[in-house]
Design a protein around this ligand. Structure first.
Ligand SMILES: Cc1ncc(COP(=O)(O)O)c(C=O)c1O
Length: 389
């Protein structure tokens, strides 16, 4: 009988499994407490209570007030709502928006679409680690700037941006500041007041909650237009019958992340650094993308010159290791990652990249296995590579 290969999931940045504790919290809301939060009877009120409790949990974990949280269907939806909603609600004040060149596609594409609607977008540069300079933000803000949107932590290279300083500048200049915290909320501490954040995107399925739920912090008094009009749910900003089970799951997932954050971050950093140091030592010419220190506890991103990232992913998958070439969304396009190009990699270097993202169920033996097989796979691919000198 052939030996059964083990399966190791190292793509937690793409999505995470639902934590069994989260699933347990969600289950009653499918067929027992299934009411519509807008209904006046007890079924509706039961669902409404769960919704409001979840709102309170999310608000608490970021230092916001419950009324400043709305629930949406995804981080992409939240980011679309922020860019388009702020643009259209504030267009009489100005039509200029600032973003970084390493934002997630849902921010990049929303900004591109806004250009077709007469808005001006400034895409700041980043340094070789992917860091935005707060000074560049300050210089880019003009009289007609209405929004600065800079992500908290990058999904491909894990770099954590200096958002506290950026938030301070935006506050001084009277410009709304949005941060996409889809990859960071639940992994590293965030306080919307300390960091002067006006709007913040939170995802559920990146922190062991279900897909189909996300939260958006909108500071009280912010002028924003909805994308989805209808029955007036979520303070009129996101009409549609509320997905209570998923929201209860999101809140439970956030609670667990908060409770276990410190210990889990320390555990993941230890595993992350073991893998980084091991690979840099064992594989000639390997390069770590992203910041060596200012990075998410669970993110690793390498470039291996002379090979194709896609072939590497296939080979690793064959050996039971699930990894990614870049962001989950760009890996189908087979185009070099805009993030890796923005930090100065040449297209061929960007093509030879590998993202390994760790999570709650990653064990030291998984890291040891990667350290055992990855150097062999890279060596083999280099031998057959058309790029070989
Ligand atoms: C930083 C960041 N923002 C937004 C998103 C979009 O999330 P979703 O596809 O769940 O809408 C992702 C997903 O990869 C992400 O990593």
């Amino acid at each position: 009988m052939p030996k059964k290969i083990k399966r190791i999931y190292l793509d937690y940045a793409a999505t995470t499994p639902v934590d069994p504790r989260v699933l347990t919290a969600m289950l009653p809301y499918f067929s027992e407490k299934f009411g519509n939060t807008m209904s006046l009877h007890s079924f509706g009120q039961e669902a409404k209570e769960a919704l409001e409790e979840s709102r309170g949990v999310i608000a608490d974990l970021m230092g916001a007030k419950p009324m400043e949280i709305i629930f949406t269907g995804s981080a992409s939806e939240s980011n679309n709502l922020v860019l388009k909603g702020i643009a259209f609600a504030n267009r009489d004040r100005g039509r200029h928006i600032i973003i970084s060149p390493i934002e997630h596609a849902c921010v990049m594409e929303s900004a591109k679409w806004l250009e077709t609607q007469g808005f001006e977008i400034t895409r700041l540069k980043v340094d070789k680690y992917g860091l935005v300079s707060p000074d560049d933000v300050k210089k880019a803000i003009k009289k007609n700037t209405i929004l600065v949107s800079i992500m908290h932590a990058n999904n491909e290279i894990g770099t954590i941006e200096p958002i506290e300083e950026i938030g301070k500048i935006c506050k001084e200049k009277g410009v709304y500041f949005h941060t996409d915290a889809a990859q960071s909320f639940g992994k590293i501490p965030i306080d919307v007041n300390k960091m002067n954040i006006d709007l913040m995107t939170v995802s559920s399925h990146k922190m062991y909650g279900p897909k189909g739920a996300a939260a958006l912090f909108i500071r009280k008094g912010t002028k924003i237009e909805p994308l989805i009009h209808g029955g007036g749910h979520e303070s009129g900003l996101r009409s549609s019958t509320v997905n209570v089970a998923a929201i209860v799951g999101l809140a439970e997932a956030a609670r667990i992340c908060e409770r276990e954050m410190k210990e889990e971050a320390q555990r993941e950093i230890k595993l992350r650094d073991k893998l980084i140091n091991g690979v840099l030592k064992k594989i000639e010419g390997s390069h770590l993308n992203g910041h060596p220190k200012e990075r998410l506890p669970n993110n690793i991103n390498f470039s291996f010159p002379g090979i194709e990232g896609e072939s590497l992913i296939m080979q690793l998958d064959f050996l039971g290791i699930a990894a990614s070439t870049g962001s989950a969304c760009s890996s189908e396009k087979l185009e070099p990652s805009h993030v890796l190009l923005a930090i100065g990699l040449k297209p061929e270097q960007a093509h030879g990249s590998l993202r390994l993202s760790l999570g709650r169920w990653t064990k030291e033996k998984d890291i040891n296995y990667v350290l055992e097989v990855l150097p062999k796979v890279v060596k083999r691919l280099r031998e057959i590579s058309p790029f070989k000198k």
